[in-house]
Design a protein around this ligand. Sequence first.
Ligand code: SAM
Length: 228
Amino acid sequence: MLNLIIADASLETIPIDLYKHHSFKKIRHSGKKPDDILLDRSFHHFAMVATNLDNRHKRGRPDILHIALINALATPLYQNNLIRVFIHTINDNVIFVGSTVRIPKSYLRFEGLMLNLLKNRKIISNEGQILLEMRDHTKFDYLLREIIKADIVVGLSTTGIYRKLELIATDLLEFSNPCMVVGGFPKGYFSDGVDSSFNKKYSISNVGLESQVVISRLIYEYEKNVLA
Ligand SMILES: C[S@@+](CC[C@H](N)C(=O)[O-])C[C@H]1O[C@@H](n2cnc3c(N)ncnc32)[C@H](O)[C@@H]1O
């Protein structure tokens, strides 16, 4: 079974210091709380810059996770239960993605789903099945060693050594529980806690690609080896 972690994903609610910024005045008056809003660079850019938010080049892009999940969960690999998907967020929260999840195509509905998950920690289907489950403050290393129990961890990054993706996917066949890691953030590099846990780190192109492109290509290359 292949494991995929979308790491350092830009998914979080409004940090409290940002909420105090004057650009949030109307929102504060509307009664909305920080936990009711996802940090989104397209609306909160000014406040993120004005408050000097740490690591802001990597934050406020939940749409990246949305598109990445839509792509990953639409694949035959996922539909045949041959891949497990995990999300590790920029704030060290981990989200377990169940095996029968359908991510809403509408971003508005995805946003509502994520806010619900961040508040209630679980999304349960009408049949009582856990679709998404969030665990707070779960170090990346703990996820790998104690939860996934990966026998190899391969990170994909522009800072890795170049290797053809087709060969990377074939290498994985030597392992029973391999884990691939792709970033779920727009710019910059993996956090130290993530980067230091890779056994191998590869680049697959001489240009930077978007997360969903990397994920789709990786899954396709792996599928060629395990699905007829
Ligand atoms: C938008 S990029 C993040 C930008 C970052 N500067 C980078 O190149 O890794 C999102 C993710 O896609 C993957 N990625 C993008 N381009 C890649 C490449 N040429 N080789 C391997 N992985 C890549 C990485 O996992 C990266 O974290």
